[in-house]
Design a protein around this ligand. Structure first.
Ligand code: G16
Length: 538
């Protein structure tokens, strides 16, 4: 029944910022997914008889690879897999299941916010027993295995019916098909004041949630509409579709335009939110007010004790290096630690496991806490709702009051997408080479290539982004994306602190204009990439 299939390595199966992401056309080559899954298993030890959680965001090719992953888990000796009905699980829900049921780990099929469909992207990532993305040590071992693999194990069995909850067998392994939403919804109920949110709704509060045709539809419908009582229709684009209904499920102002156009104008709902392909990202907007992810992290941290799950306060706050320093000011005031990590949620895992940080966030629309080991889109939305319900103020009021108290970190990210990978590498090399000479010019007081020493396990990660620090606290950061699937994406992060409340109402791009111009000229972006302007500004 177990078949051992001979195979040869594929080039380029190196996990990026979050797992292996490639075009569907690459993933659907014979043996491609199998090689990677076997390499994951080969890099692990001690799992025979243990439980593996499997689920995906429902994108094109999800249903094929789910079956493959189940067959291979059985052939490699897992005792049980827990799989979401329909093969569906959001990334944070998978993280929660791994933790709650003490699974050995989990396989999540997703390319997150990248587009789906036959010409879109697919991805596979492995999460460890703490529910978090595999640490670098493990992803390095997986990659090494992909380069030497000669065979994989798989059982011969018809497709497992994933349409109904209940138990069945694949070979000698038990397959438990579960409701993908129930455990997660229970966790949210334990963290937030649902009664206060219900009162807010009864008082006439309105919202729109855009699931962007992706995984959060069923979660948002259950929690927002069925449990909290928002009217049916509050959740838009709520059915997960293989091509996300043509949406690019990246919850930012560009791709969530449909939502932005509904919420921003006068007369729109009080609150708007969106999540991405696999449910770990969030976009927060109020009428006339876009909340940057960096500000959102700071505001959630500052108001956390209004939520039952965080009533005892926070142990610390962690943010990725390119995320603005708004959260640092909150940590300072609360007299708690603030950690600066490289980009990638995996770097928060040790801090959360060690109890050093409670809330974490990234500029890339990710916020989360110690409740799971992934960022969590709906968690952020519910935390905002809890805070709105307790403060009884609008989003814009809360944000401007926060700026008055802490000062405002004007912040923007400029992406130059799908540029030539060679040119992008040369740009970064040249910039790195020019660093020592830049210090002392243009008000730059320090410049480096960010390196991180993990305070828990002592591991060191280098080459995590070039930072230019200015005398007035402003920063420009350059790094190449680790999640793209074609060419390279150059990300430029620009930040300036403004303590004076009378200057808080300036348009962000205008407030940052001199720094933006400098970011382009210093790195010679147009000369290297041929691009005079970014493709996406958030
Ligand atoms: C992934 C990681 C995040 C990271 C983001 C941006 O997000 O999980 O921690 O911040 O990529 O990566 P990059 O700037 O390298 O493209 P997701 O939502 O794609 O899983």
């Amino acid at each position: 029944m177990i078949r051992t299939i001979a195979t040869t390595p594929f080039d380029g199966q190196k996990p990026g910022t979050s797992g292996l992401r490639k075009k569907v056309t690459v993933f659907s080559q014979p043996h491609y997914a199998e090689n990677f899954i076997q390499s994951v298993f080969d890099a692990l030890e001690g799992f025979p008889g243990q439980t593996l959680v499997i689920g995906g965001d429902g994108r094109y090719y999800n249903s094929e690879v789910i079956q493959t992953a189940i067959r291979m888990a059985a052939a490699n000796g897992f005792g049980r897999v827990m799989v979401g009905r329909g093969g569906l699980l959001s990334t944070p829900a998978a993280s929660h299941l791994i933790r709650k049921y003490r699974a050995f780990g989990g396989i999540i099929l997703s390319a997150s916010h990248n587009p789906g469909g036959p010409d879109g992207d697919f991805g596979i990532k492995y999460n460890a027993a703490n529910g978090g993305p595999a640490p670098e040590k493990l992803t390095d071992a997986i990659f090494a295995r992909t380069r030497s693999i000669t065979q994989y194990n798989i059982i011969d069995t018809p497709d497992i019916d994933l349409s109904r909850t209940g138990e069945t067998k694949a070979g000698s392994m038990t397959v438990e098909v579960i409701d993908p939403v129930a455990d997660y919804a229970g966790l949210m109920q334990s963290l937030f004041d649902f009664d206060a949110i219900r009162d807010l709704i009864r008082a006439g509060f309105t919202m729109k949630f855009d699931a962007m045709g992706a995984i959060t539809g069923p979660y948002a419908r259950r929690i927002l509409e069925e449990m909290l009582g928002f009217p049916v229709g509050t959740v838009m684009n709520g059915t997960p579709l293989p091509d996300f209904g043509g949406h690019h499920p990246d919850p930012n102002l560009v791709h969530a335009k449909e939502l932005v156009d509904i919420v921003m104008p006068p007369g729109g709902p009080d609150f708007g939110a969106a999540s991405d392909g696999d449910g770990d990202r969030n976009l927060i907007i109020g009428r006339g007010m876009y909340v940057t992810p960096s500000d959102s992290l700071a505001i959630l941290a500052a108001n956390a004790t209004l939520c039952p799950g965080y009533a005892n306060g926070l142990a610390g706050i962690a943010r990725s290096m390119p995320t603005s320093a708004a959260a640092d000011r909150v940590a300072e005031k609360l007299n708690i630690a603030c950690f600066e990590t490289p980009t990638g949620w995996k770097f928060f895992g040790n801090l959360l496991d060690a109890g050093k940080a409670t809330i974490c966030g990234e500029e890339s629309f990710g916020t989360g806490s110690s409740h799971v080991r992934e960022k969590d889109g709906l968690w952020a939305v519910l935390m905002w709702l809890n805070i709105l319900a307790r403060r009884r103020q609008g989003v814009a009021q809360i944000v401007t009051a926060h700026w008055r108290e802490y000062g405002r970190n004007y912040y923007s990210r400029h992406d130059y997408e799908e540029v030539d990978a060679g040119a992008a590498g040369e740009l970064m090399d040249a910039l790195r080479g020019s660093l020592p000479a830049l210090i002392g010019r243009h008000g730059i007081t320090a410049a480096d290539d960010f390196a991180y020493d993990d305070p828990v396990d002592g591991s060191r990660s280098t080459g995590q982004g070039i930072r230019l620090m200015f005398e007035d606290g402003a920063r420009i950061v350059y790094r190449l994306s680790g999640t793209g699937t074609s060419g390279a994406t150059l990300r430029v992060y620009i930040e300036r602190y403004e303590p004076d409340a009378s200057r808080h109402a300036v348009d962000t791009q205008e407030a940052l204009a001199p720094l933006i111009a400098l970011s382009r000229s210093l790195a010679q972006i147009e000369q290297y990439t041929g691009r005079a302007a970014p493709t996406v500004i958030t």
